[in-house]
Design a protein around this ligand. Structure first.
Ligand SMILES: *Cc1c(COP(=O)(O)O)cnc(C)c1O
Length: 432
């Protein structure tokens, strides 16, 4: 990481924006407005902003539908019949996969169940699932009901990873130790890539290695990692991964999910799976025969035909990622989040009750910083909202701030600092 000598002057932010090679991408997005100006948007971890190109992408598909009706499946430059293929290479670049290892389909939790149907195959000896305590609720419910589905009690089947007393985030060595402790009984390690609450980025490579060493399968939930941190799923050897597209990937509310299945499972027709016609051998899909024959790779897990309008929006958003490139995005992201960290520390030093719980090491986080804001946190959050800074609040006392490198500027971060600074000066948030 480039070492930047941050300071608290406005000219510093302006200078960084001036030198930012990605600065122009901001123009490609619509910002919510606050009192006639762009709001300070730090919620790309929850719902990414709308790319201006999405409207034309939707119009294009509406036009195809209007013009061709059902024949739109076979006509035009992007025939619907093959639509998943038009998102495959861009998606593969984002998660570090071979093309055949990824497919866009369904939504995240649906895909998590589909993946667990194939990769959580418990028996009397090996039935445990290891995941982080306080995982995103949908993941907890999925894991809990999968355990029950196979006849296990969640209390015996689920092993939760917890930070050490007095710590907020997990240590890789502790994760590995837990995997080893439960080794022979562990069927699946199911971990987030970036934790939604703390913003911690896991060492997925080390976790995958440890899981495989004890003979378990390993899957990652990349809801907060896809489009946020560099990923190398193929090289890391994950068995599967799932993610959504509406957070950092900017595909719009309810946007389609994505799935990774490692190449070594690509041709394994013996893997149990919940199938549908869209995963069936393409050449024979319309012969309407009995007997499921999966397509090779991740596309063999598809169930249904593509939701074209949602996919079209996602495709438009992926084009922007491709143009920016994950390497450049990550470089800016480290600088931008480091800047936010520096300014929050400055406010803390000046007496504001703020405590960053996200790891300080840039390698262990993405762009998000989670800040414990104490008993006054909720009020501080509301103060920010009413002054046009959109961030989010997570019970009991955390404000999450996610400056995304694609459309946030150093100026945005500085403006947030000024808002907080004004609040501090007003004397209401002194921690004494
Ligand atoms: C956002 C998020 C989800 C959302 O799941 P959907 O099925 O897309 O509604 C699930 N898991 C994690 C970790 C998330 O951050």
């Amino acid at each position: 990481m480039e070492i930047i000598a941050y300071n608290t002057t406005e000219s510093f932010a302006a200078e960084q924006d001036h030198r930012d090679p990605l600065a122009h991408f901001r123009q490609q997005f619509f910002f919510p407005q606050h009192e006639g100006r762009d709001a300070l948007y730090f919620c790309g971890n929850s719902l990414g902003l709308q790319p201006k190109s999405v409207e034309a992408a939707l119009q294009h598909e509406l036009e195809q539908w209007r013009r061709y009706g059902v024949e739109g499946h076979f006509r035009g430059e992007l025939p619907w019949m093959h639509y998943h293929k038009f998102l495959q290479s861009q998606t593969a670049r984002i998660v570090g996969a071979l093309e055949e290892e990824v497919v866009v389909m369904n939504t995240l939790t649906v895909n998590l169940h589909l993946m667990m149907a194939s990769f959580y195959r418990p028996d009397a000896q090996r039935f445990k699932i290891i995941l982080e305590a306080g995982a995103f609720p949908s993941d907890q419910y999925a894991v809990e009901t999968q355990a029950r589905f196979h006849g296990f009690r969640p209390e015996e089947a689920i092993v939760e990873l917890r930070p050490r007393p007095g710590e907020e985030t997990l240590r890789t060595e502790d994760i590995i130790q837990t995997i080893e402790e439960h080794g022979p009984q562990t069927a699946l390690v199911m971990l987030c890539g970036v934790q939604y609450y703390t913003g911690q980025c896991m060492d997925m490579e080390a976790v995958a290695r440890a899981a495989h060493r004890v003979g378990a399968k390993v899957g990652f939930d990349l809801a907060h990692a896809a489009g946020n941190v560099p990923l190398h799923l193929h090289d890391w050897n994950a068995d599967f991964a799932v993610w959504c597209s509406y957070k950092y990937l900017n595909a719009g509310p309810g946007g389609p999910g994505g799935v990774f299945v490692h190449e070594r499972h690509a041709a394994d027709a013996s893997l149990p799976r919940l199938a549908g016609w869209w995963g069936h051998d393409e050449e024979r899909r319309f012969q309407m025969e009995k007997g499921f024959v999966p397509m090779r790779g991740a596309p063999g897990w598809q169930l249904s035909n593509a939701q074209i309008l949602a996919f079209a929006a996602h495709r438009a958003s992926l084009d922007i990622f491709d143009a920016a490139g994950m390497t450049a995005l990550r470089r800016k992201s480290e600088a931008l989040t480091g800047y936010l960290e520096f300014l929050l520390d400055d406010l803390r030093d000046k007496g504001m009750n703020l405590r960053i719980i996200t790891p300080r090491d840039p390698a262990q986080r993405g762009c998000q910083l989670s800040v414990v804001a104490g008993p006054e946190g909720r009020r501080l959050f509301e103060y920010l909202s009413s002054h046009g800074a959109i961030c989010d609040w997570r019970e009991p006392d955390v404000i999450r701030l996610a400056p995304t490198p694609l459309y946030n500027s150093f100026g945005d971060v500085y403006a947030l600092y000024r808002l907080l600074h004004d609040e501090l000066r007003s004397g209401e948030n002194l921690s004494g």
